[in-house]
Each structure stands twice: as C-alpha cells, then as structure tokens.
Write a protein that binds this ligand. Structure first.
Ligand SMILES: NC(=O)C1=CN([C@@H]2O[C@H](COP(=O)(O)OP(=O)(O)OC[C@H]3O[C@@H](n4cnc5c(N)ncnc54)[C@H](OP(=O)(O)O)[C@@H]3O)[C@@H](O)[C@H]2O)C=CC1
Ligand SMILES: O=C(O)C1=N[C@H](C(=O)O)C[C@H](O)C1
Length: 251
C-alpha cells in the first residue's frame, strides 16, 4: 500500500521502518520544513497518510490531507478540546476519513477493556476513591496525555459518581511541582509527570482506607504505538468515516 507520512519525528521514523517491513511503500514524507508538499502528485498518490506531529499542527494537517482527497490515520494528541466537533462534522457529514487514537498500542486496547470493567464494578464500592497518574518523557507538549484523557473518559462513562476529569499535580522536566491535589468529588484527578525519556506509563488507582487497587500500563518503547498505527492504516484503506481502535481491536 502507498503511505504518506506527516511528521517525521520519533513516531514518523519508527512508523516508516515498520511500514516498509510490512511491504508498504512510503511515497511522501512531510515534515515542518516542506509542508508545501501536500500539494504534490506524490502525496495525492497515497492511499492513507499517517500523521504524528503536534497538538497545534494536527488539525490543520487533517484539513490539508482531506483537501487532496487522502485519508488520514493520526495519533497526535492535545487538539481534541478545540477541534473535536469540526472533525466529527468533516467525517460524519462531509465524507472524509480519519482514524484517530490517543494510543495505538494493543496493550492499551487491552488495558482499556480492563479499565472499563473495573469502573463498572466500582459502582458497588463507594469506599474506593479513583485517581490517575501518567508519566512521559520531558519533550511531551501536552498534559494530561491523550491516553490519560481517554482512560478518564472511560472511567466517567462507567462510574456513576464521576462526571469529568481534572488535571491535578504536574511535575515538569526540572522536577518543579505545579497544580493541586484539590479535586471535586465528582471529578477524576489526573496527575502528570515529565521525566527523562519515559515512552509512556498510565496508572489508575482505586484507594480505600484498607487497601489500594492499581492497574498500570507501561510502554517499554514506541514500537507498539507505531505497529498499531500501521495496522490502522491497513484498516483505514478499506473503511470510511471516523474510525477508532474500537473498530480495529474488537473486544
Ligand atoms: N497515539 C499514539 O499512539 C501516540 C501518540 N503520540 C503523539 O504523536 C505526536 C508526535 O509524537 P512524536 O513523534 O513523539 O513527536 P516528535 O516531536 O518526535 O515528532 C513530531 C514531528 O512533527 C514535525 N512537525 C511539527 N509541526 C509540523 C507540521 N505543521 N507539519 C508537519 N510536520 C510537523 C516536527 O518537526 P520539528 O521537530 O521541527 O518541530 C517533528 O519532526 C504527539 O502529539 C504525541 O503525543 C506519540 C506516541 C504515540
Ligand atoms: O507523546 C507521547 O510520547 C505519547 N503520547 C500519547 C498520549 O498523549 O497519550 C501516547 C503515548 O502515551 C505516548
């Protein structure tokens, strides 16, 4: 399959390696210094463009790819609050195709299934207070992580006593602590830690006076994300509309 890459950083390079190893051809690579290449025959020849850039660049890149009639798979995080409604309209009403996931790894898909089930169980046990923590490398631009937001939304959907999430304490790259542990009872608190080169750790805690139940997903490297993005591209070539990992990993 012909694939274009938008964003040639840590993820773009790993996706290139995995896509080639699975027999795909990279027909166009667009990074920050050659964005004019969206308007090229090479880019237009792609069946799917895989986009991993930044919170501020992602939405504009979707529009540029759609303008060229190219489907998009994207893992960029941090743009949803501002542009979710527009993306839903573009895909559900205007015929464009975007496969977006805050986390493409199989491990997080499995972890999400456990998270949803645990949240439902906890409706019967109000003595357990839920909170979350995510830890990522110091280069990460957004907090909380996209994965943490998705996991928190799953908790909110399943657990009747919560109706939203709130960013709690943030430990930034030089160890400075900002934010607060103060959090309304009806919100899930998410703490965010920025440390070294950590690829991504997400923990959900249910704490009571007697014990603590914790579930953690810890990525050892970025290969799981990159493989998931290539699998999503293979799926997207055959499907239309707004797609997600729920469509890909059928739990
Ligand atoms: N969903 C998932 O499974 C995962 C999601 N992510 C998310 O993916 C995104 C990228 O992550 P990562 O690869 O680690 O980040 P990097 O910073 O390593 O790479 C991003 C690349 O995009 C380039 N870029 C920035 N703006 C544009 C633009 N307008 N057009 C084209 N290219 C641009 C950057 O160039 P320059 O460096 O010159 O600015 C850089 O080369 C982040 O939002 C991250 O949160 C990451 C891992 C997994
Ligand atoms: O920026 C990253 O690195 C990651 N971003 C995604 C997120 O915000 O959840 C996925 C993964 O955790 C790595």
């Amino acid at each position: 399959m012909k694939i274009a890459l938008i964003g040639y950083g840590k993820m773009g390079k790993m996706i290139e390696e995995i896509a080639i190893s699975r027999g795909h051809e990279i027909v166009s690579i667009i990074d920050i210094d050659n964005t004019a290449d969206f308007d090229s025959d090479a880019f237009r020849s792609a069946e799917v463009a895989i986009e991993f850039t930044s919170p501020t660049a992602a939405y504009g890149n979707y529009l540029k790819a759609f303008e060229q009639g190219v489907k998009v798979v994207s893992g960029s995080t941090g743009w949803m609050t501002e542009h979710k409604a527009d993306v839903e309209r573009l895909c559900n009403e205007e015929g464009h195709t975007l496969f977006w996931a805050s986390n493409f790894s199989l491990g997080v898909a499995i972890f999400s299934a456990v998270n949803k089930k645990l949240a439902e169980i906890m409706n019967r046990f109000p003595q357990y207070a839920v909170s979350m923590q995510e830890t990522h490398h110091i280069h990460k631009l957004d907090a909380p992580s996209g994965t943490a937001i998705t996991l928190a939304e799953q908790v909110v959907d399943g657990l009747d006593r919560k109706n939203g999430w709130q960013l709690g304490i943030t430990y930034n790259a030089n160890g400075t602590k900002t934010g607060s542990t103060e959090c309304p009872d009806d919100k899930v608190r998410i703490d965010a830690v920025r440390r070294g080169e950590v690829p991504g750790i997400h923990t959900i805690n249910y704490d009571s006076k007697e014990d603590l139940i914790s579930i953690t997903h810890s990525a050892h490297n970025r290969r799981g994300f990159a493989l998931g993005a290539v699998l999503a591209a293979e799926f997207t070539a055959e499907h239309e509309g707004l797609l997600s990992t729920d469509d890909l990993f059928d739990f």
